[in-house]
Design a protein around this ligand. Structure first.
Ligand SMILES: [Zn+2]
Length: 172
C-alpha cells in the first residue's frame, strides 16, 4: 500500500496552546459526533457496513496503542493501568470506566464505559455502535500487555442499555 499523506503520529494533534489561544483545547460533543457519523455514513456507502466497522475498529486500535504510549505511559501493574486509564478518560471527558471482571491469568476482562463519548443519548437501533471503542480498548490492552486482544461490545446505549459493556480476550 502506498504511504499516505498523513501517517498518524501524536504530533498531528498539534500544539493546541499555540494554535487556539482563545478557544482552548475543548469543543462541543456534537461536533465530534457530527464528524464521526458523517464519516461513518461515507465509509459505509463506499465499503459497506462491515468494511466501515473494520476501519473504525482498526483506527480505534491505533488510537489505543498511541494513547497508552503518550497519555498513560508505561504502567507496572494492572491496578495502576486501570487507575491511570480511569482518570485519563474521565479528565478528557471520554467516559466513566469500570472494570467488572478481570481474570489476569486467563486474560479475560469485562469493562463498562458510562456516559460514553460515542453513543450516550443516541437513538436505540438494537445494534451496538461503539466499534471504535472496541478497537481502542483492544489497543490499550495491547499497549499494557504486549499481546493482541479482541474486544466486543455486548451492551450499548443503542441496544437499550445505559452503559456500554465490553468483553476482552486474547485474539486468535
Ligand atoms: Zn456503546
Amino acid at each position: 500500500m502506498a504511504v499516505g499523506k498523513y501517517r498518524f503520529s501524536w504530533k498531528l494533534l498539534g500544539d493546541i496552546q499555540v494554535g487556539r489561544p482563545n478557544l482552548g483545547p475543548t469543543t462541543r460533543l456534537e461536533v465530534y459526533r457530527l464528524m464521526q457519523f458523517t464519516m461513518r455514513d461515507v465509509l459505509e456507502r463506499r465499503l459497506g457496513a462491515e468494511g466501515a466497522d473494520e476501519v473504525f475498529y482498526d483506527a480505534g486500535y491505533l488510537a489505543g496503542t498511541e494513547f497508552y504510549q503518550h497519555v498513560l505511559g508505561k504502567q507496572e501493574s494492572f491496578a495502576d493501568f486501570v487507575k491511570a486509564l480511569q482518570s485519563a478518560l474521565k479528565e478528557l471527558g471520554v467516559g466513566i470506566l469500570r472494570v467488572e471482571k478481570a481474570d489476569l491469568a486467563a486474560a479475560q476482562f469485562v469493562l463498562t464505559v458510562s456516559e460514553d463519548l460515542d453513543c450516550s443519548g443516541l437513538p436505540e437501533t438494537g445494534e451496538g455502535i461503539c466499534v471504535y471503542d472496541e478497537g481502542f480498548i483492544a489497543g490499550l490492552l495491547d499497549g499494557f500487555t504486549g499481546k493482541k486482544f479482541q474486544v466486543k461490545e455486548i451492551d450499548c446505549w443503542c441496544t437499550g442499555d445505559r452503559t456500554c459493556r465490553f468483553t476482552a480476550s486474547l485474539s486468535g
